[in-house]
Write a protein that binds this ligand. Structure first.
Ligand code: ADP
Ligand code: MG
Length: 331
C-alpha cells in the first residue's frame, strides 16, 4: 500500500487517456487535492492528456507490445508515480503479471487480481465461472465440437476477448453457422432479446461490494453510452454484486446484462475497469474513482453506498492549445 502521507500529494498515472474511461477517472480524481494526476496514452492526440498540465502528460507503448509492462514501470519510476490506474483491456494482464515488480518500486496498481482478469477478459471463462450464480446464456467455444443443430436461433457469434462490439454477428440458422469457419477464439452465445443494462460495481481490496449501480444505455455511439439513466432495481444490483464477488473483482468494474425472453437478466460480459459512462454513476452519488482510491490507500470506506436515479446526455467538448504542446508529448 502506498504511504498515505498527507503532506505530499499522491502521484497517480491514468493510462488510456484517449478513451472515455480514463477521462471519467480524471474528472473524478482531479477534484481531490491529495492527488497529483498524470495521464498516459500511446497516441499524442489522446484528448485526456490535455486535461492535465504539460508536465503531467506522457506517451507509453501499446499494451500488446511485449515490453509494455517494463517500459511503463521505467516511466512510472522516472515520474515518481505512486499509483497506476490502467483503463485499457490489453494493458491489464501484462500489468497484473508484473505487479510484484511494481510493488518493489513502491507503485501500487489499481487493478483486479490476475485470476479475476483471466475470468473476466475471456467471455467463455466468465460464462463458465458465473453459471449457477447468476443467469448465464448458453455459451460454447466455436470449435469443431460445437453442434449447430443443438442450438435455437438466432445465436450471437463473438470473440472470446473482444471489446467495443467488434466482430460480433447474429447468426440466424444452423446452416449459416455450419458454413462458417470454426475458431476457438470465438464463442457462440444464446441470443438475449431484451433490454440491456450496464451495472457499475465498486468493490474494496478484498472484493467486498460497496456499490452496484445499474444504468440503462439509452443511446450508444461506437460502444460508448452517450445517453442513459441510472435505475434502482434490486435484482440488477444483486446481479452485478454477485458477478463481482464470484469473479473476485476489486475496485471499479462494469457488468453488462441483457434480459432473456422470459425477462430475466442474463450475463453478457464484464469489463474489469472503469467504464466510459462512469460520470453518470458519479452524478448518481457514487464517486467510484474517489472511493476506490480511498480503498487502495487503506482509508476507511463505507460498507455500502446508495445512489439516486439520474439521467445523462453527453456531447463532444474541445480543448485548444499551441501546436508545440502536441509536438512536445510526441517527442
Ligand atoms: N448474447 C447476446 N444477445 C444479444 N445481444 C448481444 C449478445 N452478446 C452481445 N450482444 C450485443 O453486442 C454488444 C457487445 O457485446 P459484448 O458481449 O458486450 O462485447 P464487447 O466486449 O464487444 O462489448 C452488446 O452490448 C449487445 O448489444
Ligand atoms: Mg460490452
Amino acid at each position: 500500500m502506498p504511504r498515505d502521507d498527507r503532506s505530499r500529494p499522491l502521484r497517480v498515472l491514468v493510462t488510456g487517456a484517449g478513451g472515455p474511461a480514463a477521462v471519467s477517472v480524471i474528472k473524478s480524481l482531479c477534484r481531490d487535492p491529495s492527488v497529483c494526476l498524470l495521464a498516459a496514452d500511446m497516441d499524442p492526440w489522446a484528448a485526456g492528456l490535455y486535461l492535465l498540465p504539460p508536465d503531467a502528460r506522457t506517451l507509453i507503448p501499446a499494451g500488446l507490445d511485449p515490453g509494455f509492462a517494463d517500459a511503463v514501470l521505467a516511466r512510472c519510476t522516472a515520474l515518481g508515480v505512486d499509483v497506476l490506474i490502467p483503463t485499457v483491456d490489453a494493458e491489464m494482464r501484462p500489468l497484473a503479471r508484473a505487479r510484484a515488480g511494481y510493488a518493489a518500486a513502491g507503485i501500487e496498481l489499481m487493478l483486479a487480481p490476475e485470476r479475476a482478469l483471466d475470468l473476466t477478459l475471456d467471455k467463455l471463462a466468465l460464462a463458465q465461472c458465473c453459471a449457477g450464480h447468476v443467469r448465464v446464456p448458453r455459451t460454447e467455444c466455436f470449435d469443431e465440437a460445437l453442434d449447430p443443430a443443438s442450438w435455437e436461433y438466432p445465436v450471437v457469434l463473438k470473440p472470446r476477448t473482444g471489446s467495443g462490439s467488434r466482430d460480433i454477428s447474429v447468426v440466424t440458422s444452423a446452416a449459416e453457422l455450419a458454413a462458417l469457419d470454426r475458431s476457438a477464439e470465438f464463442i457462440v452465445q444464446e441470443y438475449l432479446p431484451g433490454e440491456e443494462y450496464s451495472i457499475d460495481v465498486l468493490a474494496d481490496t478484498r472484493s467486498h461490494v460497496i456499490a452496484a449501480v445499474p444504468r440503462v444505455r439509452a443511446r450508444v455511439d461506437s460502444g460508448v453510452s452517450v445517453a442513459g439513466r441510472t435505475i434502482h432495481d434490486p435484482e440488477l444490483e444483486h446481479f452485478g454484486a454477485t458477478v463481482a464477488s464470484v469473479t473476485g473483482l476489486t475496485y471499479i468494474a462494469n457488468v453488462q446484462a441483457r434480459r432473456d425472453a422470459a425477462g430475466r437478466p442474463a450475463l453478457l460480459e464484464v469489463n474489469p475497469r472503469a467504464p466510459g459512462a462512469l460520470p453518470l454513476t458519479m452524478a448518481s452519488g457514487v464517486d467510484m474513482p474517489m472511493l476506490a482510491m480511498d480503498a487502495l490507500r487503506g482509508r476507511p470506506v463505507p460498507e455500502h453506498v446508495d445512489f439516486r436515479e439520474v439521467a445523462m446526455v453527453r456531447f463532444l467538448d474541445e480543448r485548444f492549445m499551441d501546436l508545440s504542446e502536441v509536438q512536445k508529448v510526441a517527442a
